[in-house]
Design a protein around this ligand. Sequence first.
Ligand code: SF4
Length: 379
Amino acid sequence: MAGLYIHIPFCKQACHYCDFHFSTNLKSIASVVDCICVELDLRKDYLKGEQVDTIYFGGGTPSLLPTDSLEKILTQIALLFPGKRQEVTLEANPDDLNPEALATWKSLGIDRLSLGIQSFQDPILKAYNRAHSSKEAKQAIQLARAAGFEKFSIDLIYGYPHSDHSLWHLDLEEALRLDPGHLSAYSLTIEPQTTFGNWTQKGKFSPAEDEFVAQQYEWLQEQCDKAGYVQYEISNFSRPTQAAVHNSNYWKRSPYLGIGPSAHSFDGQSRGFNPSSNPSYTKALAKGSVPFVIENLSSSERINEEILTGLRTRWGVDTESLANRYRLDILELKKGPITKLTALGMIQTLGKTLTLTRKGQLLADSIASEIFIDPHDLS
Ligand code: SF4
């Protein structure tokens, strides 16, 4: 079981919070798409013959791609990685949705949309420099449904600085009213290389306080719970049968091949990534070489990654599996921090599985770091 991730590095405009790799120079779409097809061929053995069950078009803005470009990539994938898919996802922005595009995506085998709505409030969309309006956000859901997309996710951002929580409450209420099968919600983080980062440095923008953001996260959990959604990862909620298969496999550490500028890959042992530059990427592939940098992971790094990603999910960290593979009894080795975190109501041990409590989900990364192992723990 493996996944294929295709990074489409183009956007109409730069959102003020975004530090993903993308370019607003749309003139190079055709050459990058050609290079993606070449890279697929050059790296077809990376997954060592594993069946590709899921395909995920992320970005950037994959819904910006002209239909013939999308078809070209999917035709190449079908040729090099034949077989039936469990899920084919396209990240799409509301302003790119129309009946024709949706019908074409469906006919190409795309069966799930991840809709970058972020907010239903025009002032917030404007502050984020999103290309769509609140009206288009709502219409996007109707259009996706009318086109027969049963699986789609509404993606939201919470934690926008404001005098109270009213805007977030309106956003979440609207999202739940639309009854999507899947909801992702991420807190607004201020990254240095973004417009918000720049404004923050110059004192022109003040991010919300941690406590304010935490209250919005708790509201999210409560409301999703009431509405019958299963929280299967810190930022992801779904109807029981609609958890994202591609992302779930990623968190369960299944191998995946990432194609396109800035895409990351994982083969079970090592990670690797392509350059976050469209010109560097196309230049290398034009010469027939793959600009892929391998990052070998030590055993302790692999274990710590498993702890970090496992704790973020409802499946938790399977300490028995770690013990079998690494001869490491993490429950014994980290007895001190685990006992302390359990007493604080942050984590729980069910059988041999370690999971975060709801309270612990607010501090997932720092909790994981308390359980991380050192290389000498394995010697
Ligand atoms: S948030 Fe999405 S649409 Fe906005 S700049 Fe980033 S990748 Fe592009």
